[in-house]
Design a protein around this ligand. Structure first.
Ligand SMILES: Cc1cc2nc3c(=O)[nH]c(=O)nc-3n(C[C@H](O)[C@H](O)[C@H](O)COP(=O)(O)OP(=O)(O)OC[C@H]3O[C@@H](n4cnc5c(N)ncnc54)[C@H](O)[C@@H]3O)c2cc1C
Length: 488
């Protein structure tokens, strides 16, 4: 087994794998020199989760801290501890970027090509490839072309590459963007900056949640950690599923609820229509959550201002807007998003044929039609990532057990039902999704090709659904001995 990526998903995958098959040999190849993925890469002020740790945490490892919406370093520590406790860290080969993988049906093996950061190329084989490479490019965040950007004399920073020594004490800061990163950065930077301006082209739905879960903290006094975790995890799953379903079916009700929260958090007479009322419905794009209304408190205290306008050009001093307004700045942060990337950028081929990923369809949101012995972990877009990551791990372990029990060497999802129609993978209208959707696989109109984005539904189909469901095709090739073996 080869797991690609030592982030939250890769470490979780390894835990499930070694629990289910202690005898199986596996390795984790990680392109970077540290584990933790997202939670190690992003170092901007205030970096935190925007979902609760009772659902962003692993099912198998209770989150026991008081804060439920927590900071990046605490999440990184949680992932590190999981890796250490299970001896998973010893299986990681850092500085190993997987670039290509070729499947041979004759050998029932993947031949994997790896680039090491010292320039050395490595090639090895494995019987199953499990890609936990996240969903975006690590080398480069997304920055639109801004006219005159090179004229700006201050510091221009992307949150994905935060300079460790960036000094913004007493400085004027403009943060471009209105997504999760912008709303995290603004209260954190406002603590030291002279003033922070949030410059957004259009508003996002933003709701406040308590950073600590009072029910969890009260239950902890009387129940063991594992019981509390399970109860609070279910409470949050059901609540989030309810809010999401209500947003899709009764958007007006949710809009009213969000508005009431904004009216409570922002100063009287604040122009909520202009700055906090999007043109789309809740959950057409990802919703932002702010712990304890910190963003609203910062705005109310006069330490941050929201400007809703478009950029005409950067100038030496800052930004000139289409309205004619000028925003002078010492530091400009482009919180303009990520560049999405599927399968960690790995090129695939099956029996000599290149796999054209956009021509494939996702099976249960974790395998690709026509691609044998390969799974990938991608979390939910409307709930915590790890809920789906854990389910994916459970399914991969069930699949491997089924193959072992029947002596199968190859398992491949095939579209055998002629009634399955292609639809786009995600129905989000966010710019970063639309920009990249053509590089992603499709989903299908029916099970098991349809992506439900619904944990409760997936529990039934992924945790309990039949492995031999007609779409998964198995064969028991007589595999030749491996040319090389991964010894981890
Ligand atoms: C700023 C930020 C905040 C977020 N907050 C939340 C949140 O609150 N809740 C939530 O549910 N989700 C959140 N997400 C999504 C988040 O990415 C996931 O929650 C989760 O951390 C993903 O874990 P992962 O291991 O799947 O991917 P990553 O964390 O991206 O890790 C992938 C790892 O794979 C490695 N890798 C990639 N390609 C290759 C390759 N070809 N070869 C070798 N190694 C490779 C990378 O180097 C990396 O270490 C957030 C994302 C960002 C960017």
């Amino acid at each position: 087994m080869l797991i690609v990526g030592a982030g939250l998903s890769g470490i979780g995958a390894a835990h499930h794998l070694q629990e289910a098959f202690p005898w199986r040999s596996y390795a984790i190849f990680e392109a970077r020199e540290e584990l933790g993925g997202t939670w190690d890469l992003f170092r901007y002020p205030g970096i935190r989760s925007d979902s609760d740790m009772h659902t962003l945490g692993y099912r198998f490892r209770p989150w026991t801290e008081a804060k439920s919406i927590t900071d990046g370093p605490s999440i990184l520590e949680y992932v590190r501890q999981t890796a250490q406790d299970g001896g998973i860290d010893a299986k990681i080969r850092f500085n190993h970027r997987v670039v290509r993988a070729a499947w041979s049906s004759e050998e029932a093996r993947w031949t994997v090509e790896v680039e090491r950061s010292d320039g050395e190329a490595v090639r090895l084989t494995c019987s199953f490839l499990w890609v936990c490479g996240g969903y975006y490019r690590y080398d480069e965040g997304f920055t639109p072309e801004f006219e005159g950007a090179d004229r700006f004399r201050g510091e221009l920073v992307h949150p994905q590459h935060w300079p460790e020594d960036l000094d913004y004490d007493g400085k004027r800061v403009v943060v471009i963007g209105s997504g999760a990163t912008a709303v995290t950065l603004i209260p954190a930077m406002a603590e030291r900056a002279a003033h922070v301006t949030m410059l957004q082209r259009s508003p996002t739905y933003i709701a406040s949640l308590p950073a600590e879960d009072p029910i969890a903290n009260r239950l902890r006094r009387v129940l063991p950690d594992r019981a509390v975790y399970s109860i609070v995890r279910w409470k949050n799953v059901l609540l989030q599923t309810f809010v999401y379903q209500l947003s899709r079916r009764r958007p007006q009700a949710i809009k009213r609820l969000i508005r009431r929260g904004l009216e409570r958090g922002l100063p009287a007479g604040y122009d909520i229509d202009k700055h906090f009322t999007p043109r789309y419905n809740p959950w057409d794009q990802r919703m932002c959550l702010v712990p304890n209304g910190d963003l609203f408190a910062t705005i109310s205290a006069g330490r941050a201002t929201v400007v809703t306008d478009t950029i005409r050009t950067f100038t030496e001093e800052g930004i000139e807007l289409d309205s004619g307004e000028r925003l002078d700045a010492d530091v400009i942060v482009t919180a303009t998003g990520l560049n999405l990337l599927f399968l960690g950028g790995i090129e695939l081929s099956v029996d000599g044929e290149t796999v054209d990923v956009p021509q494939t369809m996702t099976y249960k949101g974790m395998m690709l039609s026509g691609v044998p012995n390969l799974a990938f972990t991608v979390g939910y877009t409307n709930a915590s990532w790890t809920l789906k990551a854990d389910l994916t791990s459970e399914y991969v372990c069930r699949l491997l057990a089924h193959m072992d029990a029947h002596g199968y060497r190859k398992g491949v999802p095939e579209i055998t039902d002629p009634g399955v129609e292609e639809t786009p993978l995600l129905d989000f209208t966010s710019g970063y999704v639309l920009r990249s959707l053509d590089k992603f696989p499709k989903q299908g109109s029916k099970e098991p090709w349809k992506l439900r984005q619904n944990y409760v539904f997936d529990l039934r189909s992924i945790r309990r659904g039949a492995i031999d469901d007609g779409a998964m095709q198995f064969s028991s090739l007589q595999a030749r001995p491996a040319r090389e073996k991964i010894s981890a």
